[in-house]
Design a protein around this ligand. Structure first.
Ligand code: ADP
Ligand code: ZN
Length: 339
């Protein structure tokens, strides 16, 4: 297990790479910790939870709501959790988001650590301190930015991850490659999901590369005044689609990245849109989807990230070089409607 101390803002977060869930006790004290997890993880890894205080939630994004947070707070009170307690979120992005959110507000803030178990949570959701809950159709409308005390990466947990969740994770990995890492883009184009699934060392290296890429972006701009916005590549349209159609987050972002690449070609002369689309398709994700554009733009207009009639849109100058552009929504609409 490799330990690395990472400073973001005023917080030091301990990153543990090549860790193993069975060794969690070396990082968190059983007596003073409460684990928050979901039924899928709890059932798969029962042995690892022996002797720990645990709160087990039903799986699913539909439970990432205030009512669930209130239930977790009630359980913490029942367990006599206090300021010495560490909340440890073990699960996908839903669990790490909820754990971070509850830990930020319970007694005005207690220690929190994450053990991400999905690829998406490892490379994206667990990093950067954003946490929160959904309110109605609005994803992550309520929450805080607060860095965790530790992150614990055990890629062997991915053995039990369902196929569709691998694709979700790769959507964010492709996003990272597009905005910041042309070398990784090339590697991804040469390999595929099955190859990474079979090669534990390569998978661990890929996770680590993505963790550090996102960490560097967040370190430079924790509160999203500038370059952290790059991480929204594919997400502006993606979120609008995810809210209305039966799409996973990864699928929605994949379609968002496809259209953002086309916009980049139209507006910045980006020449590799086809390469991006091919890579997205290679990882089992959708590209040009037929969707109700009037409905999608209606949601875009009400997106909480909207600033007046203009919108921050992330475009690509070239592979590995994302840029933040302020565009009139009408212009985005005009170009997207062409496809
Ligand atoms: P995400 O990580 O994609 O944001 P979730 O937290 O909802 O979203 O996790 C996705 C689904 O995968 C959930 O049903 C969760 O229980 C399940 N899951 C997460 N990690 C694992 C794992 N290592 N093994 C089996 N199922 C998992
Ligand atoms: Zn995302």
């Amino acid at each position: 297990m490799e330990k690395k101390k990472i400073r973001i803002g005023n917080t030091i977060t301990e990153y543990y790479f090549d860790a193993s869930l069975s060794k969690l006790g070396q990082v968190a004290d059983k007596k003073y910790s409460v684990i928050l997890t979901d039924e899928n993880i709890f059932n798969q890894y029962q042995k690892s939870f022996k002797g720990w205080n645990t709160i087990v939630l039903k799986p699913g994004e539909e439970y990432k709501i205030q009512q669930t947070a209130d239930g977790v707070i009630d359980s913490l009170i029942d367990m006599h959790a206090d300021r010495k307690t560490t909340l440890v979120g073990i699960g996908g992005g839903v669990i790490t988001d909820l754990a971070g959110y509850v830990a930020a507000v319970y007694m005005r803030g207690i220690r929190v650590g994450f053990v991400p178990t999905s690829l998406l949570a490892m490379v994206d959701a667990s990093i950067g301190g954003k946490n929160g809950i959904d309110v109605g159709v609005f994803k992550n409308l309520v929450g805080t930015i607060r860095q965790p005390d530790f992150l614990f990466f055990d890629v062997s947990l991915l053995k039990t991850l369902p196929e569709a969740e691998w694709q979700n994770g790769f959507a964010e990995i492709i996003k990272h490659a597009c905005i910041r890492d042309a070398v990784m883009f090339r590697e991804l184009a040469e390999k595929n999901i099955d190859w990474y699934r079979m090669k534990k060392a390569a998978l661990a290296a890929l996770v680590r590369r993505n963790v550090m890429l996102k960490t560097k972006v967040v370190q430079a701009d924790e509160t999203e005044q500038g370059d952290r916005k790059l991480l929204n590549f594919g997400h502006t349209l993606g979120h609008a689609l995810e809210n209305q159609f039966e799409l996973s987050h990864g699928q929605a972002v994949a379609i968002g990245m496809t259209y953002a690449s086309q916009l980049s070609a139209s507006m910045l002369g980006f020449r590799s849109a086809e390469k991006v689309v091919d890579l997205i398709a290679k990882y089992g994700l959708p590209t040009f989807a037929k969707f109700d554009k009037v409905k999608a733009f209606d949601v875009l207009l009400h997106d909480k990230k909207r600033e007046r009639s203009e919108i921050h849109y992330i475009l690509l100058q070239r592979i590995g070089k994302g840029v933040v552009q302020t565009l009139p929504i009408s212009e985005v609409k005009r170009i997207i409607e062409k496809f």
